[in-house]
Design a protein around this ligand. Structure first.
Ligand SMILES: Cc1cc2nc3c(=O)[nH]c(=O)nc-3n(C[C@H](O)[C@H](O)[C@H](O)COP(=O)(O)OP(=O)(O)OC[C@H]3O[C@@H](n4cnc5c(N)ncnc54)[C@H](O)[C@@H]3O)c2cc1C
Ligand SMILES: *[C@@H]1O[C@H](CO)[C@@H](O)[C@H](O)[C@H]1NC(C)=O
Ligand SMILES: *[C@@H]1O[C@H](CO)[C@@H](O)[C@H](O)[C@H]1NC(C)=O
Ligand SMILES: CC(=O)N[C@H]1CO[C@H](CO)[C@@H](O)[C@@H]1O
Length: 285
């Protein structure tokens, strides 16, 4: 199931998540019931159809309450009083107590992304959460593989940048990231920089579907991520390893099978299954 479909069933799921575990009162985000209104303080064009939105957290009560793999829920009322709720993944340092940064892809007629793209600096947006679908334990794995496509980069980037930049975490992370053109890659500068600063711990390889005019300094492939490439380039299922996957429906199906919904993973199929990975070695965002 794609992000779009996941967000349709979100309402019921988010309420369940709230009831199961309230986040501490000291955090900015405090569950599903009570929303927080945050002002957008900066809007930056990232690629032709994505923008970054920086939201200011209140001076108190302090920490955002986000943990690794957390998403937050944007909500708004549309015409006729219907409420629209969609999950988004902060891409800033999760322990930030100052701002929350979202990377959002503009969808034509998108009820929520369209609204984001109408925001002006100073406008506020309503958020609830956080919701997390995976409990990441530091140093549990020797290696982690991230497979992403398009705007599916946000949870993978959140994981990689937070894990790699903390000094005592020894897990090696490799990201394979598919996109249309070399100019279309969100967060490319940050990913390249992360690799430059931590070459022993982080490696990124890009896959583009159109021939790039200019090759970057990173390994760059033309075509989709395929089974042969995975077999030869990522840690095998026999090792102490974990794979995280995020992208549009077609990509999920090819790699690992789609999620059933936001909280239910669904069965493992696709390349990863064929290469011998077990269901608990693969997490679908
Ligand atoms: C865990 C998680 C994390 C996410 N993180 C991010 C993130 O960091 N950044 C990000 O940009 N997105 C993220 N998403 C996706 C996000 O939640 C929204 O699904 C996305 O922004 C689209 O919402 P929307 O309201 O704008 O579009 P919608 O109004 O839901 O519509 C989406 C598109 O589909 C079309 N459409 C709508 N209904 C139908 C229909 N019935 N048939 C055919 N077409 C239809 C619309 O015209 C539009 O083009 C995440 C999703 C999940 C599940
Ligand atoms: C990395 O290790 C440090 C020190 O043990 C810890 O404080 C931090 O939370 C870890 N980060 C992650 C993402 O696990
Ligand atoms: C798989 O991808 C690699 C890297 O892009 C490419 O060299 C190879 O030809 C592809 N193999 C198949 C079978 O498509
Ligand atoms: C093929 C592919 O995944 N292309 C995506 C690259 O990223 C942009 C966001 O900048 C998406 O809009 C494309 O769909």
């Amino acid at each position: 199931m794609s992000w779009l479909a996941g967000s349709i069933v979100l309402g019921g799921i988010a309420i369940t998540a709230y009831k199961a575990r309230r986040t501490p009162q000291s955090s900015v985000f405090n569950g599903f019931i009570s929303p927080v209104n945050l002002p957008v303080v900066k809007i930056i064009q990232e690629t032709h159809d994505t923008k970054r939105f920086v939201f200011k957290l209140p001076e108190t009560p302090g920490k955002s309450g986000l943990t690794l793999t957390s998403m937050i829920l944007a909500s708004r009322n549309i015409d006729g009083g219907k409420r629209v709720i969609r999950p988004y993944t902060p891409i800033n340092k999760i322990d930030s107590d100052d701002t929350i940064e979202l990377l959002i892809k503009h969808l034509p007629n998108g009820k929520m992304s369209g609204h984001f793209f109408n925001l002006k600096e100073g406008d506020t947006m309503q958020f609830r959460g956080p919701v997390s679908t995976y409990k990441y334990e530091q140093n549990k794995f020797d290696s982690v593989t991230l497979l992403g496509a398009g705007s599916g980069i946000t949870p993978l980037y959140q994981l990689a940048s937070n894990v790699i930049t903390s000094p005592d975490n020894n897990t090696k992370i490799k990201l394979l990231y598919g996109n249309k053109t070399i100019n279309d890659i969100p967060l490319k500068k940050e990913l390249d920089n992360l690799q430059k600063m931590h070459p022993d711990k982080f490696q990124v390889e890009y896959f583009v579907s159109e021939s790039p005019e200019k090759l970057g300094t990173n390994a760059l492939h033309v075509g989709n991520i395929n089974k042969t490439f995975l077999k030869d380039n990522i840690p095998p299922a026999t090792e102490n390893t974990q794979v995280f996957v995020c992208g549009p429906t077609g990509f999920m199906k090819a790699m690992c099978g789609d999620k059933k919904n936001l909280l239910i993973q669904g069965s493992l199929t696709g390349c990863l299954k064929e290469l011998g990975y077990s269901k608990n070695q693969v997490h679908k965002f």
